[in-house]
Write a protein that binds this ligand. Structure first.
Ligand SMILES: *Cc1c(COP(=O)(O)O)cnc(C)c1O
Length: 465
């Protein structure tokens, strides 16, 4: 057996990776040809790759490393917990201290009467739990017909059969026989791309009322729940118009529909408050959590459930659970992460100081000739690339062509920024400092300049007809 380590030449690591490692959301053969980037270590907001490049991670990994990389305390807690109790389950009338402590802490942090936690290993698993839980809830209440879950096009709720079906990603639905039955997708509140001649406010109301129309069409007695991200993340950081969420809340209140807020990205400070539901002023019955819960240091997710739903579910045996539900090491790491977020006032500082600073600089990117709108909430932002701002035009080239060029120019400038089609998105660690924000903006601007130059040279600055 070969000893594989950080000290091997990049080329060898790339070849070994290509030989045996299948990557998520990746055209494997194409990547093998090109050579994967090997990340060797990270600290704060900075990644180091096997070539020694230092890269500003404006995505916090996959939206998750909220407290930044390299926190020793989390490593210490994990080691201590592994020595004391590395594993035990919570299935058969047993529990352990990390699960008790984390559930209690989450009940304190979560708004309203969201007081009960069902643990999972990831956000996808938690959304699978939610699907089964809301349907079981209505069955227990004597309304077994209430089964349909309404979700949104271009939403992301995970990659399991349930999660990907709840999600509204067409390329995902095109593979593996999705979506599974019982899920209905309505249009998203993406004003820039779909708002036409409406003002953002009118459009926000119209897209919220699509929920009411769907409920009336499907039948109130058939609909179990509506699920949505407070701010769509993987869909391109789509910040809804201000009129959207109040109208959604009104509709959920009026009809007997459970509201599930998928807080996997928005939770734990991302929007400048502890939960996106607080930023958007909504009162969900269930919140999906993962990612920032442990800042990505350990895989853990869960559902935070309101008193009423927990009471009804508690009255039956809920035949559902994961081997790693409430895993003691992951729970201990999450608890320590929450302690740091709280005691170091990371969420407060982000909300009051660094996020407003970033907002000002980010929104100024809209002056760039390649940028249409620039939107940001807390520490999640996006810019729409366009060949013509005035008409909010799309490019004539295949969606993502310009976005990919821009992402490559970001990488070349030691910045990780992701593209969703021709939208560029950021979600940096919440601990990013003002000088690091300056560096982020400076590198992003340079990447935009270079992208514009290349797109112009290649004759790509053409609007779709
Ligand atoms: C990432 C994500 C998920 C899925 O979480 P995993 O841990 O990858 O399974 C679900 N919902 C949202 C909003 C996400 O961003």
């Amino acid at each position: 057996m070969i000893q594989i380590s950080n000290h091997m030449p990049t080329k060898e690591l790339q070849a070994l990776d290509a030989a045996h490692h299948m990557h998520p959301f990746t055209a494997g053969n194409e990547l093998a040809e090109k050579g994967v980037r090997v990340i060797t270590r990270a600290n704060g907001v900075t990644l180091t790759d096997s070539e020694g490049n230092e890269i500003l991670d404006a995505m916090a990994g996959l939206w998750c490393v909220n407290i930044g990389y390299g926190r020793e305390e989390l490593a210490e807690v994990a080691a201590r917990q592994m020595r004391e109790l590395p594993y035990y389950n919570t299935f058969f009338q047993t529990t352990h201290v990390p699960a008790i402590a984390l559930a209690n802490r989450l009940a304190e942090l979560a708004p309203g009467d969201l007081n009960h936690v069902f643990f999972a290993g990831s956000g996808s698993e938690a959304n699978d739990t939610n699907m089964r839980m809301v349907r079981t809830y209505w069955a227990q209440k004597g309304k077994p017909e209430k089964q349909i879950i309404i979700s949104r096009k271009n939403a992301y709720h995970g990659s399991t059969m349930g999660g990907a079906s709840l999600g509204g990603m067409t390329p995902m639905h095109a593979q593996g026989g999705l979506p599974i039955p019982g899920i209905h997708h309505i249009d998203q509140p993406n004003w820039w791309a779909e708002g036409g001649d409406m003002s953002p406010e009118e459009f926000g109301l119209a897209r919220a009322r699509a929920l009411e129309e769907a409920i009336l069409e499907l039948g109130e007695d058939k609909v179990a729940a509506f699920i949505a991200e407070p701010v769509q993340g993987a869909g391109g950081v789509i910040v809804p118009p201000e009129t959207y969420w109040p109208e959604i809340q009104r509709i959920c209140d009026k009809y007997e529909i459970l509201l599930i807020a998928d807080e996997v990205i928005c939770g734990f400070g991302r929007t400048g408050q502890w939960f996106g539901s607080q930023t958007m002023g909504i009162r969900p019955h269930i919140m999906t959590i993962a990612k920032g819960l442990s800042s990505g240091y350990a895989p853990i997710g869960g559902s935070i459930v309101c008193d009423e739903v927990a009471e009804v579910i508690g009255a039956c045996e809920f035949n559902h659970g994961y081997t790693y539900s409430g895993h003691p090491v992951a729970a201990a790491v999450a608890l320590e992460n929450l302690r740091i977020l709280d005691e170091e006032k990371i969420v407060e500082t982000c909300g009051a100081e660094t996020a407003p600073y970033l907002k000002q600089k980010w929104e100024a990117l809209a002056d760039h000739p390649l940028v249409g709108e620039a939107r940001i909430v807390g520490m999640m932002g996006s810019i729409a690339l366009t060949p013509d701002k005035a008409s909010r035009a799309r490019f004539a080239s295949d969606p993502g062509t310009i976005g990919l060029i821009c992402r490559e120019r970001c990488f070349a400038n030691n910045l990780v920024m992701r593209h969703v089609g021709d939208r560029m998105i950021i979600s940096p660690p919440l601990v990013i400092s003002k000088s690091e924000i300056d560096a982020l903006i400076e590198r992003a601007s340079r990447a935009l300049d270079e992208c514009l130059a290349q797109a112009t040279k290649d004759g790509l600055m053409v609007a779709a007809s």
